[in-house]
Design a protein around this ligand. Sequence first.
Ligand SMILES: [Zn+2]
Length: 342
Amino acid sequence: MWKEMSEKTKKCMEDTIIKGDFDKIPIALAIDDPAPVVHVMYEHAYKNKTKDGRLYTEVVPNEFLQEFCKVIEAQGIKGKFSIVPMPLGKGDIVNGIPGVDYAQIEEWLEMCRERVGKQFSFGPEMLTHGRAYNLEDGTLYDMIERDWASTQCYDTLRPYVAKALELLKEKNIDVTGVTSPWDFGIEVEDEYLAALSQAMYDVFEKKDCWVFLRELRHTPGCNRPFVAYREEGRNVVMVPTTTRDHFWWTMDTTDTSKEYISSVADGLITADGKEGELIDVINGGGFPVIITHWQSLFSNGLGTGLAALEEVAKRVNKHLGDRVQWMSHDELMKLTIERMQG
Ligand SMILES: [Zn+2]
């Protein structure tokens, strides 16, 4: 669903979008929906089965994060990694999740801090990525966060985002930005951006942050990061993703063959490095920011998506190694602000 940018954001984009040529074009991977233990997909789409009829697992074991770390370290992949701090409203990363051994949550967060954080920027994907949380009485509303946010304003969004930031801060996760679950806040974009900038300053004392809210594919002229909000010496840099999630459909099949994995990777970059969405984005003057989801890589326990990601990264490094450079969202944010300031 496409929703136009607000007039204010559009104006900001025209003024601040990164311009010019690069010796090496930034490339990044945006991963939505990770959470310790809880498989957010379990309740995500109001269905609990894959297209071919298997139940989604309720849990993503910590071993999967370990496997992910091996891949990103071997291939040098960078980008952003969401952490849903109160996954599906079942509990939270500070006070625990009923039915989950807290040591598992600690172990997951430790791996994030020690390994993922060396290459990826962290940010909450608001509180639950499920039903919205009532800050006043600690219950869950009957609507999901994106629907709740659509009618909110600065005064209600600021404490909501701040609560997500505080939970991560409490666990020593260094946060540099925020991801919207679904397109949380898009209807009230100006108020949302102001609220998250203030929340980031209040909780982390950071004047600059990045936000992931929009996918801008096939939109030449706006397929690079830009400063979407500038007030009182603070900046919010919008980092749009510029591809589809080619790994998503690996959830719906038990095919883990080499051929299948190669065909998934082909959507982004073919084995000869000549075709695919990444090549199209680069040829169109954009920055390739690949979107995927934790569940897309986990593939309901089979890890097919992660294998395809590894294949994509190998192809990128082999064929585009002298044309692109992996960057975290924090690095993209700093680059955008530097360029704006000339
Ligand atoms: Zn999400």
